[in-house]
Design a protein around this ligand. Structure first.
Ligand SMILES: [Zn+2]
Length: 331
């Protein structure tokens, strides 16, 4: 359907920010069960590598064959003939880093990159809205810098969902290597990451997401703990729907079964036919105590802030509060 017929203003963007291996793809799929939301996966990856390499969509077709992304990208290319997908991918690479002086000083020193990002990304979101028939899109690209770059577009109303997971579990997961299995959604070899590396990056990325939350009006962001989400996925989806001011509707298959849609990139979970969420807390028994203690030492302030030193949270009691706060912890 032609994009101009369905162009709606403003577009509501649920942006999922956080570190890898924190359940962001599962959350994307869970929210995607709501018919009013189009859950797109990691949209930034589409132009960075998915389209060029013709990687797999969650619908099990390659993106060029996918009924959703094929037409979206072809129309985007036709509307933006001056820019190739790979040039746009390179622009995203330059624009979505956490520290981007061009973005920070754009009001004082106009930047071609900043205006191109706004135009080309706005055009892509318009095409996604047109193809999906909804003006509520979920993007789980994770990068806080991308949220910051999108925030400057007055036609996009951004709602930030900051997903955190106990960094010790993240570090333990990052220590596991994965080899390439393109059809299973693993597009590149994932080498094991040293604990100190994950601790440093986990800290910086989460701080980036925190800064983005401070920049937004209070009612436009929430924090979701992975542990609370997997304990009660329905409660988390309800919080996110309330955030964007939309009604929660019990999904067709019930609250406990989820079916991926057209998540364009993300973790391997998106390539399953059907997902029932299980909490992954195996690291608590498998990760050597010395490594757990080292991570705790390196990232203590944020582990404390997110309640991971609080023993009462150990059993992943679902967080039922509406503002994202937990008892005794700042939101
Ligand atoms: Zn697809």
């Amino acid at each position: 359907m032609p994009s101009q017929e369905t162009k709606r203003e403003p577009l509501k963007l649920i942006y999922v920010a956080g570190y890898g291996r924190s359940g962001t793809t599962l959350l994307d799929i869970a929210v995607g069960q709501q018919k009013s939301v189009f859950a797109a996966g990691e949209i930034t990856a589409l132009s960075r590598h998915v389209w060029e390499n013709d990687e797999y969509c969650a619908c099990r077709k390659t993106v060029s064959d996918c009924d959703f992304w094929g037409p979206v990208v072809e129309r985007w290319k036709a509307n933006n003939a001056d820019t190739s997908v790979s040039q746009y991918g390179a622009l995203l690479d330059r624009s979505e880093s956490l520290f981007n002086p061009k973005r920070s000083f754009a009001k004082l020193i106009p930047s071609r990159d900043v205006s191109d990002f706004e135009r080309l990304t706005g055009s892509l979101f318009s095409e996604i809205a047109a193809q999906s028939g909804t003006n509520i899109i979920l993007d789980s690209s994770k990068l806080p810098g991308r949220a910051s770059s999108i925030h400057s577009n007055p036609n996009i109303e951004i709602y930030l969902v900051h997903v955190v997971r106990d960094g010790r579990g993240v570090a333990w997961s990052m220590m596991k290597p994965y080899s390439i299995k393109v059809e299973e959604g693993i597009q590149k070899e994932l080498k094991p990451k040293p604990l100190w590396f994950t601790a440093a990056r986990w800290f910086v990325v989460n701080m980036g997401a925190e800064i983005m939350r401070w920049r937004l009006p209070k009612k436009r962001s929430i924090r979701v703990r992975y542990e609370d989400f997997v304990a009660d996925p329905e409660a988390t989806v309800k919080r996110i729907m309330a955030l964007v001011g939309e009604e929660y509707v019990l999904p067709e298959y019930g609250a406990d079964v989820m079916k991926p849609g057209h998540q364009v990139a993300g973790s391997r979970h998106r390539m399953k036919d059907e997902i029932r969420i299980n909490k992954d807390i195996g690291w608590k028994s498998k990760m050597p105590r010395a490594k757990q203690r080292l991570f705790s030492f390196l990232a203590a302030p944020l582990l404390w802030r997110y309640g991971y030193f609080n023993k009462s949270n150990d059993d992943n009691v679902a967080n039922k509060t509406q503002d994202g706060s937990m008892a005794g912890r700042p939101a």
